[in-house]
Design a protein around this ligand. Structure first.
Ligand code: NAD
Length: 370
């Protein structure tokens, strides 16, 4: 693996044998600000697999934070281990010390396998842990606004494809009704959509059906993608869109919360060729990072973004910002159509353009000694 040639600014290996900590922190870019991205706690089969994941996820965070208009670069950390058996206070605090040692170049938060309460422990060793619980002035569960942003992205895709920013009367298939998927189902039902769900966890499906008796369920994701739906919303793990899935997909729009949905770069072009409108994953699922960023914004004592809002985490302020995902999605979809490229390519272009143009200003500040 060519780590030095990967385009990342810094990759840090963290080891603390007494607590069992083995972690990798990847900082892809600090062009727009400190590199923010969550900590994934996962039993990687090898160190190489952990590094590869950290590199890919941190790069995606640079693009997500840029397109969301945040003053944040992209980073991500992975802790190698089973979160159910290996997570201890000592390990989390050892990890916090490594985060602190980077002096704020990397800001951490929750990801798969880590929760608000874990970040509260990490924060006992570092000023640079966010995504903390409400009791500690944190933003709480970020999946609430992640789902809200996905819903806004889906409304924008509906506007672009069908001329109306609503899912009323449309059928939406949701694969994965965990934290993000279940909040999304709430929004969709509220909007008048017919919803079909699936999940490998039967309990998750049961909870969704108990909450919304009108929602239907199918056996698995393979069945869901072949079911006639208007929108397919991948809300489980990555690589939801591979060659096999795209070949049989019935939906006209793909818009979901999962990260890294495209199994390879050619998938975006294939979706376009088949007339499927793809709302890029990192664009529509940025609500969570917006929620986390608001916690930092409040704590840093900067001016509130919304008149009347106070310093400290403000759900209303973060929600107002997540709502702008509607406009950004529409802008990306329209620009992609005009330029005859896929929305994935256009989203990358816009994110890179902001990193280059706004990121350049950091150099000016340094030169002028601010
Ligand atoms: N939580 C956030 O704020 C946030 C933010 C941005 C992106 N995401 C992404 O959204 C996705 C979901 O995150 P989450 O926080 O809801 O996680 P979660 O673990 O709460 O939910 C994931 C759900 O997917 C199900 N699942 C796993 N494999 C499946 C499969 N093959 N088919 C169907 N269902 C399957 C799981 O059983 C679980 O119920 C992830 O890709 C995550 O990276 C989450």
């Amino acid at each position: 693996m060519d780590v030095l040639g990967s385009g990342h600014e810094q990759v840090v290996f963290c080891s603390d044998p007494p607590s069992g900590l083995r972690a990798v922190i990847a900082i892809h870019s600090t062009a727009l600000g400190p590199a923010l991205g969550g900590t994934r706690f996962y039993p990687y089969p090898s160190e190489d697999a952990a590094v590869a994941d950290a590199l890919a996820l941190s790069r995606a965070m640079s693009y997500k934070n840029s397109l969301a208009g945040l003053d944040l670069g992209g980073g991500k950390a992975v802790i190698i281990g089973d979160p159910h058996t290996d997570k201890t206070e000592a390990l989390l605090r050892a990890y916090g010390r490594f985060v602190e040692s980077l002096g704020g170049r990397y800001l951490t938060a929750c990801d798969v396998g880590t929760y608000n309460a874990d970040l509260d422990v990490v924060a006992r060793e570092t000023r640079f842990a966010h995504g903390r619980s409400l009791a500690y002035g944190g933003c709480g569960d970020s999946s609430v606004l992640t789902a809200y942003g996905v819903f806004q992205g889906m409304r924008a895709a509906a506007q672009h494809r069908w001329g109306k920013p609503s899912l009323a009367g449309r059928t939406v298939g949701v694969s994965g009704v965990g934290k993000v998927g279940s909040w999304l189902v709430d929004r969709l039902v509220e909007d008048g959509a017919d919803v079909v769900v699936t999940d490998v966890d039967a309990g998750a499906v049961e909870r969704a059906l108990a909450r919304h008796p009108a929602v239907d369920a199918v056996a698995d994701t393979e069945t869901l993608v072949r079911t006639p739906t208007d929108v397919y919303a991948p809300c489980a793990l990555g690589r939801a869109l591979d060659d096999e899935t795209v070949a049989v997909l019935e939906a006209e729009i793909v818009c979901g919360g999962a990260n890294n949905q495209l199994a390879h770069e050619g998938i975006a072009a294939e979706l376009m060729r088949r007339g499927v409108l793809y709302a890029p994953d990192y664009l529509v699922n940025a609500g969570g990072v917006i929620q986390v960023e608001d916690e930092r914004h409040g704590l840093s004592g900067k001016l509130p973004l919304v008149p009347g809002a106070h310093a400290g985490f403000s759900f209303a302020r973060a929600e107002a910002r997540a709502e702008t995902i509607f406009d950004t999605t529409l802008r990306v979809l329209r620009a992609a159509e005009e330029a005859q490229v896929s929305p994935a390519v256009m989203a990358d272009r816009m994110a890179e353009e902001r990193m280059a143009s706004v990121g350049r200003l950091a150099t000016l500040r340094l030169q002028r000694g601010w």
